[in-house]
Design a protein around this ligand. Structure first.
Ligand code: FAD
Length: 396
């Protein structure tokens, strides 16, 4: 197979480049933004499955040098009473433990790792068109340049241009029913242990926070209701959003209102969106496909988007490595990935709508030590095999 074009140098795109490179393919990343993959400063939690995928790409150590680990989750109610406390991840395997980090930091580390391995990451390369013929696919960019390859992977996020070009008039992102605020506040109270995420279950907002080793509190609040309009997002001020959120959170007897009140300018607002299940992923020719948020964005409630993107990268590279043709590889990839990522979309949507509780963390310990008669354990074991670099996808 000649070169593979990856559109988007975010989590899915850069991880796919690392995975394809490891599988022996030549891949080039084309990223729209001029420096790194810009974003407005969001943080995210990488779950153990995402870290496990990174470990298959020999990139877990590099990522573990940034952010901070989360080894426990505490759930409190609107009155501040603890209703659950669970360990997160496998304490025996720090490289596959949960991690809290800035999305921009994750992108930076993955891109640096790609460059270190000799993968070309082109910036200021915004895809605007693509054309397929019998020999391959040609991507054209806003600066007038073009690139040719045997396969094009659209990893260009929720508002994917590749998805629209592959399926004009096809599925579009939809509002998932919650506004998401997030920010960073200085200082921590004595009870706020590091390495622990606290989730607050309340009708007021779904609130979560974790304290970094530098005593900075990373927090998010998901508030049900109508979307923030484009005008609100453009004209709203941090002081206004902070004020509205604090007065809402003061209805509860939890630390949330004080955390938000202590936040300076680093407070952001966005709308939670997802994509409908059934979004087509590739063309019949098998010369172009979409992965990550471009293919299966879920609302943020399960906190799994980045981890799913990392899983995509590993399974796609294994499929192209192990199957005899691209068509067979894309069919196998889809067979393995679609049920899992679409379940995440559905579960996240139900949590967002208040129709399902937030998921409990996976039980600690390596999956093989869990009860194999338990369907959850079986899914975990299957996932571990799918991600295991040394296991052929044909046997999964
Ligand atoms: C508020 C919020 C909180 C979240 N919290 C979590 C969490 O805790 N845990 C978690 O796992 N996930 C979380 N997510 C989801 C996670 O951020 C996404 O699932 C993840 O970023 C998807 O990665 P991606 O690479 O598919 O897309 P993106 O990260 O969006 O990357 C797409 C890349 O493509 C580039 N691009 C776009 N268009 C073009 C073009 N035309 N040409 C070239 N390049 C282009 C962009 O610049 C970008 O670099 C959250 C999301 C939100 C909105």
């Amino acid at each position: 197979m000649s070169g593979i074009l990856i559109i988007g140098g975010g989590i899915a795109g850069t991880a796919a480049a690392l995975a394809l490179h490891k599988a022996g393919f030549e891949a080039t990343v084309h990223e729209a933004y001029p420096h790194g993959a810009e974003d407005i400063g969001a943080f995210l939690t990488l779950a153990d499955n995402g870290m496990r995928a990174l470990a298959q790409l020999d990139a877990a150590e590099a990522v573990a040098d940034t952010g901070f680990p989360l080894t426990a989750m505490r759930v409190i109610d609107a009155a501040g009473a603890e209703v659950a406390a669970v360990p997160l991840g496998d304490p025996a395997s720090p490289l596959t433990s949960y991690r809290c980090l800035l999305r921009s930091e994750l992108n930076r580390v993955l891109q640096a790792e790609a460059r270190r391995r000799g993968i070309v990451v082109r910036h200021s390369a915004r895809l605007v068109g693509l054309a397929e013929d019998a020999d391959g696919v040609t991507a054209s960019f806003a600066d007038g340049s073009s690139a040719e390859g045997s396969l094009l992977i659209g990893a260009d996020g929720l508002n994917s241009t590749v998805r629209t070009l592959l399926h004009p008039g096809g599925p579009e992102p939809r509002y998932a029913g919650q506004r998401v605020f997030y920010g960073y506040s200085p200082g921590a109270r004595p009870e706020d242990a590091t390495e622990r995420i606290t989730m607050i279950r309340s009708d007021t907002a779904a609130f979560g926070y974790a304290v970094s080793p530098k005593d900075e509190t990373f927090w998010f609040a998901r508030v049900s209701g109508g979307p923030a309009s484009a005008a609100e997002l453009a004209a709203g001020t941090v002081a206004q959003w902070r004020g509205e959120l604090v007065s809402r959170l003061r209805r509860d007897d939890t630390p949330a209102a004080d955390i938000v009140a202590a936040t300076g300018d680093r407070l952001m607002l966005t709308n939670a969106c997802d994509l409908p299940v059934g979004t087509p992923w590739h063309t019949p020719t098998g010369r172009a496909l979409i992965i990550g948020d471009a293919a299966h964005a879920a609302s943020p409630a399960t906190g799994q988007g980045a981890s799913m993107a990392l899983e995509d990268a590993v399974v796609l590279a294994k499929a192209l490595r192990d199957l005899p043709s691209t068509t067979a590889a894309l069919a196998a990839y889809q067979r393995h990935r679609r049920p899992r990522v679409e379940q995440n979309i559905t579960t996240s949507a139900r949590i967002t709508a208040g129709a399902a509780p937030a998921p409990a963390a996976a039980p600690p310990g390596p999956p093989q030590q869990r009860d194999s008669a338990n369907p959850v354990s079986r899914v975990q074991e299957q996932l571990v095999r799918q991600l295991d670099w040394d296991t052929t996808l044909l046997s999964c």
